[in-house]
Design a protein around this ligand. Structure first.
Ligand code: GTP
Ligand code: MG
Length: 393
């Protein structure tokens, strides 16, 4: 009936670790092509947006004369960069057009793993004007690559002057280019003088735009590899919880012997693994063991007695006491959702640098996790585990 019976916490942690490896191994790689003139800020942008330092790690593998591919082992992202691009002579433009078309068409023929999913065309804002050569290039480029259906986003880089960015945006909009959006970005704080520093902004918006234009199959990958938009990671993780809670409800609808009531079901194992995946935070078995014992493990009869079980279940609004050894759909959903939401809350703290993931393994850490779990368990939910009290952002 889809229940992992009477497993001790250690074994559950083992299963979760295997599931995490599986999630990471099966993440479809995201391929982004970044274009723009030399000095536009391509490398700076890449390094600020993605959680691993791609551009610094190596010179990249030349794919064509002008285009280099950057990727890292065990990191499902490839960046195709046009470093040092000058758009001066007629030849250079023709050559780059030819090469980029080549990369796009080769990718398109090889399926989702190899195709380019999005193009970021970077234009430096302080240069003020969208140069003639650049307009020519991008018009031609979009025209001739339309057939591959790869969305193009124009990124106005180094946009510390929002006024200049607005002016440049208006100028580009006049060209009526077939692009998804034009987005101003300051990837890194910009020191105007000793006392005046323009704060970085816009990379989160860029990630939201990319999220909307790529296929669903790549959205968890995007969430995992980027560090510019924590809300997006959270939204993806909440969707994972909703799916798992609904699946657990379907399992829970079948009467389950009381001893199995709160023991992790496969849906919950998969849920924890997928959440770990979208946050892209490495976890060790000891951490997972601590997480389980501080949450759902306290409910499990393998860890504690039945009194504790019914005590914890009583915290779920509307449950009262579980009679006849039957766990209802809504209880299964509530337990799953509370576990998922507690884990997300922890991952968010870790991502913000407010907590070290290893802290979970300490007594104080476990108490903190247990407290979060219990507060989530106390929320009013519908019978699919959907939270009716707290607002998700
Ligand atoms: N403060 C600040 N500096 C930036 C930003 N973007 C680019 N720069 C600076 O502009 C210069 C050029 O940026 P790069 O990221 O190297 O430009 P690129 O497009 O990769 O250039 P090539 O590799 O030569 O094609 C560097 O000195 C960066 O530090 C930004 O968002 N903030
Ligand atoms: Mg560069």
């Amino acid at each position: 009936m889809g229940v992992v019976e009477g497993l001790p916490t250690e074994d559950v942690a083992e299963k979760i670790m295997a599931a995490i490896k599986n999630v990471q191994k099966n993440m479809t790689r995201l391929n982004i092509m970044v274009m723009g003139k030399t000095g536009a800020g391509k490398s700076t942008l890449i390094n600020q947006v993605f959680s691993r330092n791609l551009a610094v790690t190596g010179v990249g593998k030349p794919v064509t004369q002008a285009i280099r591919k950057y990727e890292l082992e065990d990191f499902p992202l490839a960046i195709y960069d046009t470093p040092g691009l000058e758009l001066g002579g007629e030849n250079a433009i023709e050559e780059l057009l030819k090469e980029s078309k080549e990369v796009l068409s080769k990718g398109a023929m090889r399926g989702i793993e190899e195709s380019i999913h999005c193009i970021w065309y970077c234009v430096s804002t302080p240069s003020h004007r969208f140069e003639e050569a650049e307009i020519e290039f991008i018009k031609k480029f979009i025209d001739e690559t339309n057939v591959f259906c790869v969305p193009v986003i124009i990124v106005l880089t180094q946009a510390y002057s929002k006024k200049d960015a607005r002016a440049l945006m208006a100028e580009i909009e006049k060209e009526n280019l077939n692009v998804v959006q034009i987005v101003p970005v300051l990837a890194q704080d910009y020191e105007i003088d000793d006392e005046y520093v323009a704060k970085a902004y816009g990379t989160d918006t860029l990630i939201d735009i990319v999220h909307n234009v790529i296929p669903e199959a790549l959205r968890n990958t995007l969430a995992a590899v980027q560090k510019a938009n924590l809300k997006m990671k959270k939204r993806r993780a909440n969707a994972i919880v909703a799916t798992a809670a609904a699946a657990a409800a379907a399992t829970g609808a079948i009467p389950i012997p009381f001893t199995d009531a709160a023991v992790l079901v496969p849906e919950q194992i998969g849920m924890i693994a997928s959440i770990t995946g979208v946050f892209g935070i490495p976890v060790e078995k000891a951490t997972v063991t601590a997480l389980i014992s501080a949450t759902i493990g306290t409910v499990g009869t393998t860890v504690m007695g039945k009194t504790v079980v019914s005590g914890l279940l009583k915290m779920i609004p509307g449950v009262g006491s579980v009679t006849g050894g039957v766990i209802s759909a809504s209880v299964a959903a509530a337990l799953t959702a509370a576990l998922g939401e507690a884990y997300i809350a922890i991952m968010v703290m870790v991502a913000k640098g407010e907590m070290n993931i290893k802290e979970i393994e300490t007594d104080e850490g476990k108490a903190k996790v247990a407290k979060i779990f219990k507060s989530k368990l106390g929320l009013k939910r519908n019978n699919k585990g959907k939270n009716l009290e707290e607002k998700e952002d």
